[in-house]
Write a protein that binds this ligand. Structure first.
Ligand code: GN1
Length: 344
């Protein structure tokens, strides 16, 4: 099935221009300009190896949008577009799943946070998003990726990959494996906190990295996008992932890292995040912010490393050691944060 046929299923016209966008690691994304209506859209092929039931993503997205609209959310909201027959996911002849969402005009994205002001405003935007979401709807949120924030499973998957990887890969990654094993106490504490019921369940974004904020030309955040990973878990994950992504002075793909942790940005991210949420978070959540940042970086490193050892099947990669470079980048970031926190 041709791309244009899929687009016709959503818009009713083939008279459009399609441009690939390549800044996500999971789904395949295109920018569509519809010349009949002059409207612009984002078209995505959902990676169903990662999201086994794409309908869940659309249902969560619509529910979150309703909460944001009812909560007078000040930022822009991306809207899913239905096909001509009224569903939000279109299957093609190969069984692939496609969805279309609205395109927000005149925006830009960053691969790394450019300065303190942008860090503060972005963290504030994520805090505002989380603050606007209505906890009453928590039971209605469905799990888009089973075990996405199950750290026990992440560690087990890593241990399995160690047993199954070929010698060459294990040798290449020997220093990273050593550091991973030394810091295993990080996810273990998280697992214990969750088992003891100390981390309240909330609706979270699940992927608030810098690439998922749209900015206007003055670098003011306009929208928090990519709601595919919205799920029910601890809010510490969102704080940790944001801190992980924003405080990195290098592109996540850059493994030639010296010190890539920026402590000023880290502090600013915390301030921005807490602006809306300080009053809402529990004592345990507030106490564990620094710990969460370390652990989410650790988990991102273990995910990249596991994928590397498994032959790089999960994340999109451009060369053989891409995931290993990403692992190095994350471990270097973790070292920098731990040094700053004086826990190293
Ligand atoms: C993926 O889809 P994207 O590129 O925004 C991943 C995140 C990782 C991120 C690392 C569903 O995010 O969990 O933190 O890469 N998303 C999924 O860059 O696995």
């Amino acid at each position: 099935m041709e791309l244009k046929q899929i687009i016709t299923g959503f818009t009713g016209t083939e008279n459009c221009t399609v441009t690939p966008i390549t800044n996500g690691l999971i789904n395949t994304t295109y920018w569509v300009e519809d010349h009949d209506s002059d409207e612009k859209w984002i078209l995505q092929k959902i990676n169903t190896q990662v999201f086994p039931l794409p309908e869940i993503i659309s249902q969560n997205h619509l529910l979150i949008n309703r909460m944001l609209e009812e909560g007078n959310y000040p930022l822009e909201i991306v809207k899913p577009k239905a096909t001509l027959s009224g569903s939000f996911i279109q299957k093609d002849d190969n069984g692939e799943s496609w969805r279309m969402i609205s395109f927000i005009e005149d925006t830009k994205t960053f691969f790394k946070i450019p300065d303190l002001k942008t860090a503060y405003e972005s963290a504030k935007a994520v805090g505002c998003f989380l603050n606007t979401i209505n906890p009453e709807h928590l039971p209605d949120i469905q799990t888009p990726i089973p075990d996405f924030i199950n750290f026990e499973k992440r560690v087990l998957d890593y241990q399995t990959s160690l047993q199954q990887a070929n010698e060459g890969l294990l040798e290449n990654a020997a220093p990273e494996i050593e550091m991973m094993n030394e810091l295993l106490f990080l996810p273990q504490k998280w697992i214990a906190l969750e088992k003891d019921g100390l981390l309240p369940k909330r609706i979270i974004h699940g992927d608030p990295n810098v690439r998922n904020i749209l900015f206007d030309e003055t670098s003011k955040p306009l929208a928090v996008i990519d709601l595919d990973t919205v799920t029910v878990s601890t809010i510490l994950y969102d704080f940790g992932d944001m801190a992980r992504s924003y405080s990195n002075t290098l592109d996540e793909d850059d493994g030639n890292a010296g010190n890539n942790f920026n402590p000023h940005i880290y502090r600013t991210v915390k301030d921005g995040f807490l602006l809306y949420l300080n009053e809402k978070l529990t004592f345990e959540e507030l106490e564990n912010l620094d710990y969460a940042a370390q652990t989410v970086i650790y988990i991102q490193a273990i995910r990249f490393l596991t994928d590397y050892l498994n032959g790089s099947k999960y994340y999109a990669t451009k060369y053989a050691d891409h995931n290993l470079e990403r692992t190095r980048n994350q471990l270097q970031l973790l070292k920098g944060l731990r040094k700053y926190l004086r826990v190293d």
